[in-house]
Ligand binder design. Structure first.
Ligand SMILES: [Fe+2]
Length: 402
């Protein structure tokens, strides 16, 4: 995903014999994207991952299957995910709050150790670890992650996610397209350019293969929950299927910490898309990190306004997930709040924040933004935790209320 990587033992060429220590011929599995035309990895399994002995169904209410609400009134919205209570592991504690054909936005608050292996065949996932670190175990090996990391897990990767804390919180994006470094940050060789807001060294990749351990992984059968066509199907394997001797290629999980993002500042305010971090088809993910702010001053009374201007984004919906610090343009939001400012109605800074920003030289805000080209639709979960007054909070200053 970020660059070519090899881990463990692979043969000298593609599609040639490769034996284990007992002389058994290993099965190569090519994990390919867009048919055979895009990125791929070649994986060498100890046990072919095709020996299912049983198949059954499963549901996680609020996650899969999922449909948007029937009525979607046009509002500025504040979804208080800090009020969402869930329990279970990294799979059963997942809930989807906003969705369209290009991206789904969910929250996961696990409070148990992983009880499942999971594979999302509907697309890539991007997890943002709000408050804890942990480890992703996958067929590609062991990937430790830290608090405030993004962890991207490619489509159809069997994995499970462990958290360091007893209770933890994640923001999760899912997309049928690849979630990747934006094209403009790659040169013709695929290398991240020198003027990108990050470099290859900022991305962490599995460095250690997954080794089967009966105490950790059990004695089987080994169930894998696969998300496909808005359903969860449980495939049970007779033998532990996720131990490899090696793999190489361009498809694998990767971790990147939001505070390794190198923000841009202009002499006057730059558009929020200057903070772009990852992109998928029909959406982008941006990182707002602590930084110096815009600094224009002509000495004649005209200064830069660091707070974002009013904005009619007629082709995009915009969400912000607030992580920490004071967000320059908003009042009444807290860490874990999601604001949704949809196309069709303008939005802008809350009263007082625009004026207060003039003359400031830093912002401490830390937030994740997602812009989408198709409208984001609310789910019942989002409706149950929505601050229904948010749309009116711009007029309350003048005693208007509803
Ligand atoms: Fe905006």
């Amino acid at each position: 995903m970020i660059h070519y990587h090899k881990l463990g033992s692979v043969p000298p060429k593609h599609h040639v014999t490769h034996y284990d220590e007992n002389g058994k011929l290993l099965m190569e599995q090519a994990m390919t994207r867009v048919g055979f035309d895009s990125t791929y990895s070649l994986l060498y399994f100890k046990v072919p991952p095709t020996d299912e002995c049983a198949v059954s169904s499963m549901e996680v209410p609020g996650f899969c299957p999922i449909q948007p609400m029937a009525q979607q009134r046009l509002h500025r919205r504040h979804i208080r995910t800090q009020d969402l209570k869930t329990s279970g592991d990294f799979l059963t504690a997942r809930r989807t709050v906003l969705m369209n054909d290009d991206v789904r936005v969910g929250i996961c608050k696990p409070d148990t150790k992983p009880e499942h292996w999971f594979s999302n065949s509907e697309g890539d996932e991007c997890w943002f670890a709000f408050d804890c670190g942990g480890v992703v175990e996958s067929v590609y090996g062991i990937l430790p992650f830290k608090k405030q990391d993004y962890v991207i897990i490619p489509k159809s990767t069997p994995y499970r996610l462990h958290c360091d804390a007893d209770k933890s919180t994640f923001l999760v994006f899912e997309s049928p397209s690849r979630i990747d470094v934006p094209k403009q940050f790659r040169n013709e060789a695929g290398q991240i350019t020198m003027d990108a807001p990050f470099c290859h060294r900022d991305f962490r990749i599995p460095q250690e293969m997954l080794v089967y351990d009966a105490a950790k992984h059990g004695t089987g059968p080994y169930p894998l929950v696969v998300k496909h066509a808005n359903e969860l199907t449980v495939h049970e394997f007779e033998h532990f299927p996720w131990e490899l001797v090696g793999w190489d290629g361009y498809s694998y999980p990767v971790a990147f910490n939001i505070k390794d993002y190198q923000p841009r500042v202009g002499i006057v305010h730059l558009p929020p898309t200057i903070h772009i971090t990852f992109a998928g088809s029909g959406f982008i993910i941006c990182s707002f990190v602590p930084r110096k702010v815009d600094y224009y001053d002509d000495g004649k009374g005209h200064k830069a306004i660091p707070c974002p201007y009013g904005h009619a984004s007629v082709d995009c919906d915009e969400i912000l997930y607030y992580v920490e610090g004071n967000f320059t343009s908003r009042k009444g939001i807290e860490p874990q709040s999601i604001s949704l400012h949809p196309m069709g109605i303008p939005h802008g800074p809350h009263p007082g924040t625009y004026e207060a920003s003039v003359g400031t030289d830093r912002t401490s805000e830390l937030a994740v933004m997602c812009d989408t080209f198709k409208p984001l639709l609310m789910t019942d979960v989002a409706d149950s935790i929505e601050d229904k007054d948010y749309h009116y909070t711009w007029v309350k200053r003048e005693g208007g209320g509803k």
